[in-house]
Design a protein. Structure first.
Length: 416
């Protein structure tokens, strides 16, 4: 896909460096010398490094900006013994680092380079203080220059309390970390679809500003979601429901060999699924009543509102990509390790499992290659690092293709 529209706030598309910010992106490449200079000997914190976008961000930080002082990663351990073990198993083994391995002369030398540049910290966006002891929090904040916050729960039907804890309150916790670090900047990766159900021209402005942007009482929305989730959790433990879950678990086991532990595990699965369905459905209904389609974009819009209201003296920028797809150039053409957006459709049509897809032929499917998103993120990060004045409202950058190189359902039909 050639062509990308990159606009700042409500200004026109950028094809040359903007005198206010120095932003300029050509294809998937950034103005490497100026950007590399801005990042030289800087300490960067990246969240979401296990995700599709996060992996590409990390690879490009190491490839384009080798003189960065340190890249810190915030990871939950997941199913691994530690965050460092998760990094080794889920990130470092990725083929995305193939060109870095070749550049450094093999896997061993590349791993030595990684050891010299990357530090993995434990942390959970859903917990106050990131769930860290004060000494570890101090170490994470020490000398920090820029936070690139790309971590998010992206499922449209996630439990709304979890979406809000991670996407909304997690963004507040990143802002708190930037403020605590004294001098750190925050680049928040949002979504172009925070416009929600609004139609027509929607200015690229902060929530609550402009005709197409609804103002929300963030705290009221957060409290409502968390209180409803707590209510459903308590209800799920009532004796009547517990009896129902156990009966269903026994029916599903349907064998005398089912142990008490296996029965207990199955009961908990049924209870968790019951809670998930109700909390997620309530969230979708709440989101739609407020002008959004789903829990993901709703929680992201809440996050933007929160950052705009609370950023204070912390320099903040918000990057809004549309649907992120495989790369156009870096680290190689077509690279992806996600199966989220267009990938299921491509496979379904290619294997003739999908023979028709209802929709208007002129409907625009706005997608953007991941490496273009990363290029813009790195240049916006440069602008933040060189921003000396504080107390300004966050700048908003939209990264999409729908206006300059639209892909329609009709074109997809002709291609497939």
């Amino acid at each position: 896909m050639a062509g990308v529209s990159i606009s700042q706030s409500n200004n026109s598309n950028l094809v040359a460096p903007d005198p206010a910010t120095g932003l300029a992106v050509e294809g998937s490449r950034v103005q490497e010398s100026k950007v590399a200079h801005a990042y030289c000997q800087r300490v960067i914190l990246l969240t979401g490094a296990t995700g599709f976008l996060g992996k590409v961000l990390l690879e490009r930080l190491l490839w384009d900006l080798p003189n960065v002082k340190e890249v810190r990663l915030l990871l939950r351990p997941g199913s691994h013994p530690s965050p460092a073990a998760r990094f080794q198993s889920e990130v470092l083994v990725s083929p995305i680092f193939s060109r870095l391995e070749a550049h450094h002369g093999g896997r061993v030398a590349f791993h030595d380079f990684v050891q010299s540049k990357i530090r993995v910290f434990p942390g959970d966006l859903a917990c106050d203080g990131l769930g860290l002891h004060s000494a570890v929090y101090d170490e994470l904040a020490s000398g920090l220059d820029l936070i690139i916050h790309s971590a998010a729960l992206v499922s449209w039907d996630e439990r709304v309390d979890r979406s809000i804890q991670n996407n909304t309150l997690g963004s507040r916790r990143m802002l708190e970390l930037a403020r605590y670090a004294k001098g750190a900047r925050l680049l928040h990766i949002s979504s172009a679809f925070v416009h929600g159900q609004r139609r027509g021209h929607c200015p690229e402005v902060l929530p609550g500003h402009g005709a197409c942007s609804k103002s929300l009482d963030v705290n009221a929305e957060v409290i409502a979601a968390l209180e409803f989730a707590e209510k459903i959790e308590l209800e799920s433990h009532k004796p009547k429901l517990s009896t129902y879950f156990e009966r269903e678990a026994r029916l599903r086991g349907a064998t005398a060999k089912q142990t008490s532990m296996e029965l207990k595990v199955e009961v908990e699965k049924l209870r968790a699924a019951w809670v998930h369905k109700r909390v997620a459905s309530w969230g979708v209904a709440r989101a739609r009543s407020q002008g959004w389609w789903d829990n993901y974009t709703y929680s992201k819009a809440l996050a933007e509102s929160l950052l705009a209201a609370e950023c204070g003296e912390v320099p903040v920028a918000i990057l809004r990509p549309s649907g992120i797809t495989g790369s156009i150039q870096d680290p190689e053409p077509g690279w992806t390790d996600a199966y989220l957006l267009t990938e299921p459709l491509i496979e379904g049509v290619g294997k003739r499992r999908i023979t028709e897809f209802p929709g208007a032929p002129g409907c625009i499917i706005d997608t953007v290659p991941v490496d273009l998103v990363v290029s813009v993120a790195l240049v916006v990060g440069k602008s933040l690092l060189q921003q000396h004045s504080a107390g300004k409202a966050p700048l908003v950058y939209q990264v999409a293709t729908g206006d300059t190189n639209p892909l329609t359902l009709g074109e997809i039909e002709r291609i497939w």
